[in-house]
Design a protein around this ligand. Sequence first.
Ligand SMILES: Cc1cc2nc3c(=O)[nH]c(=O)nc-3n(C[C@H](O)[C@H](O)[C@H](O)COP(=O)(O)OP(=O)(O)OC[C@H]3O[C@@H](n4cnc5c(N)ncnc54)[C@H](O)[C@@H]3O)c2cc1C
Length: 412
Amino acid sequence: MQYDVIVVGAGPAGSTAARESALRGLSVLMIDKAEFPRDKPCGGAVTVRCADVLDLELSPVIERTISGVEFTWRHRWEISRSSSCALAYMTQRRDLDTFLAEQAVDAGVDFRQREELRSVERNGDQVTVRAGGHSYRGRAFVVADGANGTTAKMAGIQRDFQPNIALEGNITPQGSFPAKWETSIGIDFGGIPGGYGWVFPKGDHLNFGLGGWKHVGPTLRRRLNRLVERYGFNPDDLWGMRGHHLPIRSNGSKLVDGNTLLVGDAAGVIDPFTAEGIYGAVWTGKAAAASVEDYLAGRAPGLDGYRKQVKQQFRPELTVARQLHDIFHLCPSLFVGIERTSSILWPSLERMLQGRSTYVMITRDLGPIWPVLEFLSDSIRVFPLLRRISGLPDLVPPERFFRRLGGHKTAT
Ligand SMILES: Cc1cc2nc3c(=O)[nH]c(=O)nc-3n(C[C@H](O)[C@H](O)[C@H](O)COP(=O)(O)OP(=O)(O)OC[C@H]3O[C@@H](n4cnc5c(N)ncnc54)[C@H](O)[C@@H]3O)c2cc1C
């Protein structure tokens, strides 16, 4: 069967690329090896900035609307921050992804489930794929098969990723739902090098997880147990525990090769600072569809428009996020302590989550301080061992240091 576009993977990246392509009048095949509804290791938090890019009425899959964050440092120093508007929506991926796939089908996409891609042949401007015992041909090929996908390799495309890792599990509280987590999430720093632990409330349960540098993999389970205990729950009650990669691309990693584009986790567009991946998946899915339309309509000689758009509009965001991540994780307690005493970091984060600001705008607000921070980040890249420092006991003894500064618990 012949299509304009073949999309492999029906997560947020694939469904968005497929839906947007179909809305542009293209014939689209989307294949996924799973049967939907299918779940996926994920906190399921959809930030307001992500929902804005999706531009769909998400209420059927929203279980909670979040307007507050409780930050902690190794479960101490509770710093409560809140916003007068929503920051994020809590979903379950089995519902969110099924909903997004349905939207794609409604737009005209031919969705084939339980069909695992087995081979890819690329000849000039045609691609032939085999999946589920069928053979399909397309003029453009969108790879959206997630963090562990092998399609790029089958298509002969090399990628350059830094694979971080995450582990998550759920607990259903006994009795009534904890009031503290009705509209807030919890973020704990210091419990894992290069990342953070979280508690995300869902309709009737709490999702706990943590993610960080790959080398902490063997200790993830122990760290998750400790996280759960410190939030006041019993690790024995954890269910649905799953680990997964968080692929973070290097700047030169391929996005386009001939008539093939990579989107979402397959392109490694996870935010290195927050580990938010659904936003990048949706953003790249949309950008890919626009480029495919231009190419197939003969308005562009190829798909390089997608690479340029990512390079000009999205990559600067990932670059700054990576730089902030490096700097923050050199000594996280310092930044948590600063926020605890003065609340100067929260307004930027709040605006970011709500899509009212960007990482690049934050660097502009920092004025002459930013080049200094950039230099620090570059130094960390040159001496990568520095990145492991956050795995060592923190350089600044947090309590003593901030007691001297007169730190106290603040709330906004
Ligand atoms: C523990 C954890 C927590 C996270 N929490 C959040 C969060 O709260 N918010 C957030 O924004 N991001 C979060 N992320 C990141 C987010 O989950 C990903 O960035 C996002 O799912 C990427 O979407 P995608 O469409 O690229 O890939 P996926 O959602 O992984 O979809 C890929 C699809 O491809 C299919 N597939 C794979 N191989 C084949 C094949 N050979 N043939 C056919 N189909 C195939 C799979 O079945 C799957 O349906 C988290 C990640 C982890 C690991």
